[in-house]
Design a protein around this ligand. Structure first.
Ligand SMILES: [Zn+2]
Length: 383
């Protein structure tokens, strides 16, 4: 997290000013977008509580389920708070950097400066990136091809830690980026978790960030669940998997508030989980393209902050904890079959593909609770 890391001083002002000037070539656009993060109701997080889940049993992510409630659905108005981006990410640092205020040059870390360089590089070539994305958005027949183009040309370019591994079981199998740009693709075993609890593969690992791609209709092996059909968002149908992967990945990393980026054809969504405070955050779905068909700079700035959470995330705020809307994950996994210590100490990477699940026994329980809680799943963006 940004506030807990030692701040390494930069001796030379040269690269600072060079990078700052490059970012400031796009000052109007970036400033406007950054200001929006302070006020736009559509770029916010809510808190999520788990009512039931099967995290205490041996279960692969594809069979993971959780019945949830968002704090915005509470009848008690005092619980219905939203969280803006600057409350979790150091957006103020971006303003200080662009305006060269608050002695920012002496305070900025090497990693933060590298993040600004990545942003400058991206903005300088945004037209070219947009051409590639638009061409592949319509021609990619599989979600996995589109997601790979998006990962290579957007996510990886924005990331300070940009080593990227696509899971060997994921749909994309070619050694190079689909668009013929020649970018080499690394494949590997991205499985995480533990055989006795939630486990399975993450589609894409980008440094310390997990990326999950929503399957398109023809690629999805399981039909949408009745409760989720009430939702219109592209990423709602795989929300169970997103939450299970986010929580498991966060316990594995054990480094504070950890994000999971989820992508679909047109939008992205962010989940964040912090094992210590037991807080689970969920963003609204953000469009990747704006209404004029251009790459949405809001989506880019959000992705840039989240992907580089190690340098920008400021962690769970005391005020969020005081609200008391914890995920209750800790208590749920201790209820019937106590496995919290497995999450806290025994999770590991790789070797967890194709591990048998015992979760079929609990499917019936899921259906009952799912119908009981229909009301809790159908409203998020309503006032
Ligand atoms: Zn490419």
């Amino acid at each position: 997290m940004a506030d807990s890391r030692p701040r390494k001083k930069i001796k030379k002002g040269h690269s600072f000013y060079q990078i700052r000037n490059r970012v400031n070539k796009h000052q109007d656009l970036v400033s406007r977008t950054v200001e929006n993060l302070y006020s736009d109701e559509w770029i916010t997080f809510c808190f999520v509580k788990l009512i039931r889940c099967n995290a205490a049993y041996s279960c692969c992510f594809s069979k993971a389920w959780c019945v949830t409630k968002r704090n915005l659905d509470e009848t008690d108005e005092s619980k219905r708070a939203i969280v803006r981006f600057p409350s979790l990410f150091d957006v103020n640092l971006v303003k200080q950097f662009m305006n060269d205020t608050d002695d920012i040059e002496s305070r900025i870390t090497d990693s933060q400066l590298t993040a600004f360089k990545r942003l400058a590089d991206f903005l300088d070539t945004i037209d070219e990136t947009e051409r590639v994305l638009k061409a592949w958005m319509h021609s990619a027949k599989k979600e996995s091809v589109w997601a790979t183009v998006l990962a290579v040309h957007v996510l990886r370019k924005l990331a300070v830690f940009n080593e990227m591994t696509i899971d060997s079981d994921y749909g994309y199998k070619q050694k190079e980026c689909p668009c013929s740009c020649g970018t080499h693709i690394n494949f590997g075993d991205n499985s995480i978790g533990h055989k006795d609890v939630w486990h399975g593969s993450l589609d894409i690992l980008l440094g310390p960030v997990a990326v999950k791609v929503a399957p398109s209709d023809d690629e999805s092996s399981e039909k949408s669940n009745s409760a989720f059909e009430l939702e219109t968002g592209e990423l709602e149908e795989c929300r169970n998997q997103l939450i299970s992967q986010c929580i498991t990945f966060s316990y594995l990393q054990n480094a504070g508030l950890i994000p999971l980026v989820s992508l679909s054809e047109h939008s992205l969504k962010i989940f964040l989980f912090d094992p210590k405070s037991d807080m689970l955050y969920e963003s609204l779905e953000l469009d990747i393209f704006d209404e004029f068909g251009h790459i949405s700079l809001t989506a880019i700035i959000v992705l840039w902050l989240v992907i580089n959470h190690a340098v920008f995330c400021t962690g769970v705020k005391d005020s969020h904890e005081k609200l008391g809307y914890t995920s209750d994950f800790k208590s749920l996994v201790q209820e019937e079959n106590p496995v919290l210590p497995v999450y806290e100490k025994d999770l590991h990477r790789s070797g967890l593909k194709h591990v048998n699940s015992t979760v079929w026994k609990y499917t019936a329980l899921y259906n009952i609770h799912n119908h009981d809680n229909l009301f809790s799943l159908d409203v998020f963006d309503a006032e």
